[in-house]
Design a protein around this ligand. Sequence first.
Ligand code: GDP
Ligand code: IMO
Ligand code: MG
Length: 430
Amino acid sequence: MNNVAVIGSQWGDEGKGKIVDWLSSEADVVVRFQGGHNAGHTLVIDGVTYKLRLLPSGIVRKNKISVIGNGVVIDPWAFLDEINEIRSKGVKVGEDNLIISESANLILPFHKEMDEIREDAAGKAKIGTTRRGIGPAYEDKVGRRSIRVMDLISEKNLDQRLETVLLHHNAIRKGLGKSIFKKDKLKDDLLKIAPEILKFSKPVWNKIYEFKKQNKKILFEGAQGILLDVDHGTYPFVTSSNTVASAAATGSGCGPNSINYVLGITKAYTTRVGEGPFPTELKDEIGEKLGTRGKEFGTVTSRKRRCGWFDGVLVRQTIKISGIDGIALTKLDVLDELDEIKMCIAYKIDGKEIDYLPAAVEDQLKVKPIYQSFKGWKTKTRGIKKFDDLPTNAKNYIKELEKFIETKVSSISTSPERNDTILIVDPFKT
Ligand code: GDP
Ligand code: IMO
Ligand code: MG
């Protein structure tokens, strides 16, 4: 029996939501373990689109338990809004199918404001965050002054915790010439919604332990992608959490041996939202074409995603960093009309060839991609469900990609629809 972690192997938006939803037919429990409502996971089921930000993508299926682990940062109002939104589409959400960790840290309005203040003040050096308060909330967590779900239980405790965190925030706000953030209104607002949040709150670590004892299959759902990982990504143009597979253990409260298979979701080309290095970015009509065919607009901020060729060097690197066992290759159909398809197989920097992305952002901005070229297939792959039905040139592209990244392609996605997926290796059965 296997538990599977699904993570993004690029800069996010690889199609994790679609694949988690598809795989969750086999899982009993789906767990989010990091990030917050900066994530935007889109599922399309029988023509109906569901956009999830904080809720695990398993929520849309009946008889599955969705879990939000301690590693997630929760904006309590965004959380309740999302529950209402998904309920309005006929999805049942209640204490029997949704659990949140009592130790998860809250994103509060002053975090969002701090995110905005900083981004606005940074000018050209801005990160291009989702402005949801993710970074400031994680800073408060590590700074040991955060408010956690369990702090909503007692008014007295909440008052003290808010006093501590606002002392810190107001000192910075004053320094930046911004107004002081008042405690009392926020406290009242939080106490008003506290019962609605607390009813979902449980010791997630213990629930996971019980699920394992009951032989339930657990699917850990990552947000963002490894190149946005705070340690391993294109720092400082990253998010503020660890997005690698091992974060599934710390972010939910189990050991790394609870994860038996790591599935890296990988787009057949590359996209990025926000600022930062992107060696294979295409600022030409091919980039535009990928963006239009792939509908590359952010789920959360509606920003246009930057598009480029598949970067084999980067994906090979993230596979090594995160111990990816197999990849789910998504959005193959977006390449259907191209005459020529390119894959980056090395970089050139200062006249020298290198086979990995250097750690310094200055070097990351300087590297020039070296490409291998492939003949396009110029036939429709959209909706194909069997590997043998793919055109020869598409099979060839996949085989060469697989060889280059030294990892098996275990599934292929050919449209946003749940069932338009080719299964090669079932990660729950390896
Ligand atoms: P996530 O953040 O990794 O879950 O990805 P997003 O949902 O933000 O972005 C992926 C987008 O591509 C969504 O709009 C999906 O519906 C769509 N999508 C997923 N897989 C495929 C695919 O194989 N082909 C096409 N054309 N679209 C896909
Ligand atoms: P999913 O789960 C793509 C990017 C932002 C910005 C950087 C930091 O849908 O793949 P943050 O608000 O996290 O402090 O922003 O990270 N980013 C994402 N890009 N997909 C995401 O999530 C992202 N979440 C954050 O655009 O560059
Ligand atoms: Mg997304």
